[in-house]
Structures are given as structure tokens and as C-alpha cells.
Ligand binder design. Sequence first.
Ligand code: 1CP
Length: 343
Amino acid sequence: MTDKTILRALKGEVLPTPPVWMMRQAGRYLPEYRATRAKAGDFLSLCYNPELAAEVTLQPIRRYGFDAAILFADILLLPQALGADLWFVTGEGPRLSTITGAEGFAKLKTKDDIHETLNPVYETVSILSEELPKETTLIGFAGAPWTVATYMIAGRGTKDQGPAHALKAEDRETFVKIIDLLTVSTIEYLSKQVEAGAEVVKIFDSWAGSLKGQDFEDFAVEPARKIIAEMKARFPGLPVIAFPREAGEGYIGFHQKTGADCVALDNSITPEWGAEHVQVSGCVQGNLASSHMVTGGQALIDETRHVVKAFSKGPHIFNLGHGITPDADPENVALMVETIRNG
Ligand code: 1CP
């Protein structure tokens, strides 16, 4: 029996104090992150520099003693490894070469070609598995096929994922090929992370909420199910966290349909709804609004207690409903952690 709290919660144990970590916990709200990033140059250089990527992963662990560290990388490294051009425009976000049809798809590489680009990421994982405190769980991750596909098809982040929906409607064959390539490549990518020392993997489907009805089943549920089934076949007992963000009713039964050990909840649902409809099926993660990390004060304390209490009857990992934002105050993060641990 392991004594790492996150692994215990993932096995279904109800702990008196929920373990805690935060999405984007290594990020621009921390002065030490900004300093290391400036040393690395740009964001991608930081992702591909194992020493510095490990350093920024460790920074929030040193500061707050979170129960988990998440590998510092990005979901868009995988399309880059498959041959897409990728760059980040400061203040705006990612840009990629676009895949708009069969011709673009044909230029992509195969799942077996990705490691050449992604080797530094695996190196970051092995450094971390040596350097993390023994009580801290190391989480590896990848984007879910649908979310990664939305960026590959549009060439950037989009509010409504319009270009990806359009390709799905107009050239379904190419769209399905992209999803299938990402599914098998994600399995290879996550497998190397686990071999290098990741103890848990998380699948980020940030744009799952724009898939409705049968599309949600085909392109959010089914790829997650395939990835999780194969990961568990290769690594028996490996815990998996799935994050079908803004899935709404799609959250109901997501554990059973995909085989995920934990389902991460966003801020579009109340903790009470999440406890009643999702936690009944297994461990959940979430879901304090990240805006409290900006505003702090008594409201942060009250809402942290509210989230802890609402999920206290089942397995729960405390987290935000989405990533912490660059304008957050590091003191508020300390206040959240203290409130969780000291009541
Ligand atoms: O300037 C900077 O330093 C870049 C900001 C940043 C950071 C810190 C980006 C650019 N990515 C990351 C790291 C990152 N991204 C992690 C590391 C681990 C962590 O601390 O959580 C992880 C897990 C991600 C995952 C990620 N990247 C997602 C899924 C989760 C989510 O937030 O919804 C998505 C959609 C991305 C794409 C991406 N990368 C970066 C930005 C600004 C974006 C979003 C673009 C958009 O809004 O469409």
C-alpha cells in the first residue's frame, strides 16, 4: 500500500484532508517561473530544456508543498513532433501550421516518429522522478485527441472550435484520420512518460464542451476510452485522470465509459452537482474557481471550505476548475493550501 495521498485518493480512498495541486501551478504568476523562463528564452525553449523544465516543475512544490507535481510541457508539443510547425506569439498564444484536408494530413509523420522531438520531455520526467520529494506524486499528461486536433486544424486557439467542426462536417474521413493518429500517438507519448517515471497520467480535453450528443461519444469518450484501455494494458494499475472540460451532462458516467480513475471537474458545475452525479462513480478532482487566486480574502477561504465539504464524502483531489491565471497573487495560493490543510 502506497502512502502517497494522491495515489490513495485515485484508488478510491476517502481522506480526512484532500490532497491538492493546481493546473498551471508552474506558471507566470510565480516570479521564480518568470526568471527561469527569461533564462530559457522563449516558452518552447523552456519546454525542451530538461534541466530548466524540471526546475520550474519543482518551484511550486518547494513553495507550497503540493501533493503532486505536473510535468512542465505543453499539449501542443505532440503535433509539433508529428511535423506541424509550432510557435507562440507573446501575449496571444500558440500558432501552428494548419491541417485543412487530406493533403495536409498526408504530410504528417507517424506515431513512431514522435520520440526524436519529444525525448527532452522524457528526460525532464526522469530528472523529476529523481528530484521530487518522496511524498509527491509525478503526473504526466497529454492533450486529448479532439482538443489537440482543434489547434492543428485552426492553427491557433479558437473560441468555438469552428474550423475543427467544419472539417468534421465537410471531410469526415480526414477528420477521423487526424483523431485516430492523435489517439495512437498519445498512447506512445504517454507510455514513454510512464517508462521515464510518471506515476499518473492526465488527459486534457479542454474543448470537450463543444462536442454534443453523438459527437461527444465519438470524439471525447471513445478516444479517451481507447487511450486509457491501452495504457492500463501496458501498465497495469496506472491511474488516469480525465478532464472533459465543460462536458456538462457528459460528465455523468464518464468514469465508467472511459475507465478513468478520476474525472476532473470545471467551474461550470457546482461541487454539489459534481458530488451527486460524478463522484458517485469514483474519484473527482476540482473545482475552485481560479478567480479566487486573484481576489483572495474571506471569499477564498469560504469557497475553499465549501469545495472541501461538498466533496468530503467520497474520493477527492482538490484543484482549481481550470488553470491558475498570470494575474494571480502567490499569497492567495498559500492561503488556499493552508485552508485545505488546517480547516
Ligand atoms: O508564457 C508562458 O509561459 C506560456 C504559458 C503556458 C504554460 C505555463 C502555456 C502556453 N502552456 C503552459 C504549460 C502547460 N500547458 C502545462 C504544464 C503543466 C501545468 O503547470 O499545468 C499544461 C498541463 C498545459 C496544457 C495545455 N496547453 C492545455 C490544456 C489545459 C488547459 O489549460 O485547458 C492547453 C489548451 C494548452 C495550449 C496552450 N498552451 C499555452 C497557452 C496560452 C495555451 C492555450 C491557448 C488557448 O487559449 O487556446
